[in-house]
Design a protein around this ligand. Structure first.
Ligand code: SF4
Length: 337
């Protein structure tokens, strides 16, 4: 996923940043380096976070409901979101210290091999493996190798992603990837350039459509930030695009923003704004719209006969046919079960 260009530079093609990295320099996502005219992944297996989570926490509501997923995060990110909740791992200079430690330690220490990662998932009674907390594409090779092993050992696999991976990058992991939980943050240049620090936002939509064409299970999340991406027009464009390109049964999660990192001067998203977004999503044809960060009980009802299919509260109650369809009328609910 890279090529050598003039003057010993390398060009990375994994995400839409398409970094040109000069000899001896580190990439924008801080995971890659040009070492003597070759692009190397410096953060292979370097773990920042591990946890056993309910799959609903990702959030993935239509994908193996009620199961636990082993969540893993690395270091760095291809975005520089002003409101990132995980900035200590995505935008931290600790990465340098850790790489130096790793070089001193050799393999081990902060390193977890793909084999060890899958072993840990199984030992922790998880049914799946998810790359999350920071952008998974930036250590693509590591996620591919661990996804291959995870699938061999009967686990499901999920990317929790900003969607900035190129379609070609996604092709590399797609054979071993089941779910693509993507942030569709906005539908305009200004939000992506000012808040997230990236230019080619349309690539996210292209890659997400490609993920759908590849048959991955897709759920989209929009975190609504007051005054930044909360206009009716923006929300209509996002949800209209989802309905038209991914299908009306694609789950859309609309979540509350809370002041964080460099956006602490903004208020939390008013509840009325979230409810407005839900209304817009439904008007645009989406059948499964969920709110997030509101302490809610989340219900999935059959759009045809209103039978309760999944109730998510302190625990998860599932009422589905074995193939994930409605128990009363048999409608396909787009639930992987
Ligand atoms: S994955 Fe990293 S190095 Fe590659 S293009 Fe994206 S930001 Fe640049």
């Amino acid at each position: 996923m890279w090529e050598k260009v003039e003057n010993n530079y390398v060009k990375c093609k994994i995400c839409h940043n398409q970094c040109l990295i000069s000899p001896g320099s580190v990439s924008r996502c801080t995971s890659r380096m040009n070492v003597n005219g070759k692009m190397e992944l410096e953060t292979y297996g370097l773990i920042s976070s591990l946890a056993s989570d309910p799959i609903e926490k990702k959030p993935l509501y239509h994908f193996h409901p009620g199961t636990r997923v082993f969540s893993v995060g690395g270091w760095g990110c291809n975005f520089t979101c002003l409101h990132c909740q995980n900035w200590e791992i995505s935008q931290s200079s600790k990465r340098e210290e850790i790489i130096n430690l790793r070089k001193g330690l050799g393999v081990g220490g902060y390193c977890v091999s793909p084999e060890e990662l899958v072993d840990l998932a199984i030992q922790n009674n998880c049914q799946g493996l998810s790359w999350t907390y920071n952008e998974p594409a930036i250590w693509l090779e590591y996620t591919i190798e661990s996804a291959m092993l995870a699938k061999q050992r009967g686990l499901y696999t999920a990317y929790v992603t900003n969607g900035y991976i190129t379609p070609e990058g996604l092709d590399q992991i797609a054979p071993w990837l089941d779910a693509f939980r993507v942030d569709l943050k906005s539908f305009d240049d200004e939000f992506y350039s000012r808040i997230c620090g990236v230019k080619n936002w349309w690539g996210i939509y292209e890659t997400t459509k490609h993920a759908s064409e590849l048959g991955l299970h897709i759920e989209a999340v929009t975190n609504i930030i007051p005054g930044k991406n909360d206009s009716d027009d923006n929300l209509k464009k996002i949800t209209g695009w989802i309905a038209e390109n991914l299908g009306e049964d694609t789950p859309w999660h609309v979540t509350r923003f809370f002041p964080y990192n460099k956006l602490q001067d903004l208020p939390p998203t008013p509840v009325e704004t979230i409810l407005k977004a839900v209304k817009i999503g439904k008007e645009e044809g989406l059948n499964f719209v969920y709110t997030g960060n509101m302490g809610e009980t989340a219900l999935t009802e059959c759009p045809r006969c209103s039978t309760l299919a999944v109730k998510r509260d302190d625990h998860i109650e599932v009422n589905l046919n074995p193939d994930g369809t409605c128990t009363l009328c048999g409608r396909d609910l787009n639930i992987v079960y």
